[in-house]
Design a protein around this ligand. Structure first.
Ligand code: TYM
Length: 361
């Protein structure tokens, strides 16, 4: 059976982009056809300026939203990255295989680092090494497929390169993974800034639809979406990015094809209205389930605890194998260590008995 792994970073409230680009695919397709793991990748949230309490809050919220979007713990494994040490353990080994040039070429690093410097802030080293940790997330599970939105494709490509390089140098250890992108809405754009991706930590707030936005707020944001000059509704991503984005959102929510759907509209207003209602229809059941789950926090905690235990069991042997392959000495088992230092079971019992006798005196 195929192994699927993917994750979401708790750096902000989850958006329609996260849902259409990733979560929906996980819930509707991946968990039914593969041995799947879905992870709240909280360590990645520490790569930029962060408030510890907010990261904790957003991590819990992201986990709840994964379940609300339809992930079923009986079908897949849902967990929090920092609960499984193997991610960080493997990340260091992969840092010894990656090059700094390769890290500096990552588009997201270049963009985020430039933004950080513009604000006069400093760039955390972990922002540079972030894609290596992401590769570790993926490779620790022998993952075949990584369902992501378009913006993560370069990072998955890096994971492929690192797996291939490690295998070539140190012997076959990792499965070489590949990204799988949704056919429509692989890159949902900001409604106010259709040249930029709808990102959860963006500055263009009014152009972002959050999964927990009230229906009226969703309608308002959708109706105020920036469209392009011109009148006809045509699907042209380069020439008419605003309208193309609305068509993609509508198509993704209703299961249609954006180019074919454009023929049904004579005005931008009608398109916005239908797209808004389609989004509301997708979000309403998700929000209702989210409310139910919030009323039972113990359930979400149990899912995460069981998920982490299962994930640990899967990652441990893969990461141990990588430690051996790269040349690290295996730690001695307790029994072997005792045998080497001349301690026998009888000696342990005898010294315990002596200690008890001394304590009684
Ligand atoms: P993150 O948290 O930014 O996004 C989670 C998922 O949502 C997708 N996505 C989008 N898809 C379409 N349109 C958008 N506007 C949009 N915004 C986000 C992302 O492509 C992603 O699939 N580095 C990753 C998290 C990560 C990960 C991993 C993913 C860490 N380790 C291992 C897969 C495998 C990230 O920041 O995603």
């Amino acid at each position: 059976m195929k192994r699927v792994f993917s994750g979401v970073k708790p750096t902000g409230h989850l958006t329609l982009g996260n849902y259409l680009g990733a979560l929906r695919q996980w819930a509707e397709v991946d968990q039914h056809r593969a041995d799947s793991l879905f992870c709240v990748v909280d360590l990645h949230a520490l790569t930029v300026d962060h408030d510890p309490a907010r990261v904790r809050r957003l991590s819990r919220q992201a986990a709840t939203l994964l379940l609300a979007s339809g992930l079923d713990p009986d079908l897949c494994t849902v967990f929090v990255q920092s609960h499984v040490d193997e991610h960080a353990r493997l990340s260091y080994l992969l840092e010894c295989v990656a090059t700094d040039g390769e890290m500096r070429r990552m588009i997201q690093y270049k963009e985020k680092a430039a933004r950080e410097r513009e604000r006069g802030g400093s760039v955390r080293l972990s922002l540079l090494t972030y894609p290596v940790l992401m590769a570790a997330d993926i490779l620790a599970y022998g993952t075949h497929e990584v369902p992501v939105g378009d913006d993560q494709a370069q990072h998955v490509e890096l994971a492929r390169d690192l797996a291939g390089r490690f295998n070539q140098r140190y012997g076959h250890t990792f499965v070489v993974p590949k990204a799988t992108l949704p056919a429509v809405a692989a890159r949902v754009m900001n409604l106010q800034e259709p040249a930029s991706k709808m990102g959860k930590s963006d500055d263009f707030g009014p152009g972002i639809v959050y999964l927990l936005d009230e229906p009226e707020v969703v309608r308002r944001k959708m109706m105020r979406a920036v469209t392009d000059s011109g009148r006809e509704v045509v699907y042209d991503r380069a020439g008419r990015p605003g309208v193309a984005n609305l068509l993609e959102i509508l198509a993704a929510c209703t299961g249609g094809d954006p180019a074919a759907m454009s023929a049904g509209y004579g005005s931008y207003g009608a398109l916005k209205k239908d797209a808004a209602e389609a989004v509301v229809a997708v979000l309403e059941p998700l929000q209702a389930r989210h409310r139910e789950l919030c009323a039972d926090p113990g359930y979400v905690e149990r899912v995460l605890r069981d998920g982490a235990e299962k994930a640990r069991g899967m990652a441990r042997p893969v990461v141990d194998r990588a430690y051996r392959a790269i040349g690290l000495l295996p730690p001695l088992t307790e029994a072997a260590a005792d045998a080497q230092s001349g301690i026998t079971a009888e000696a342990v019992t005898a010294s315990a008995a002596e200690a008890a006798l001394n304590a009684a005196r």
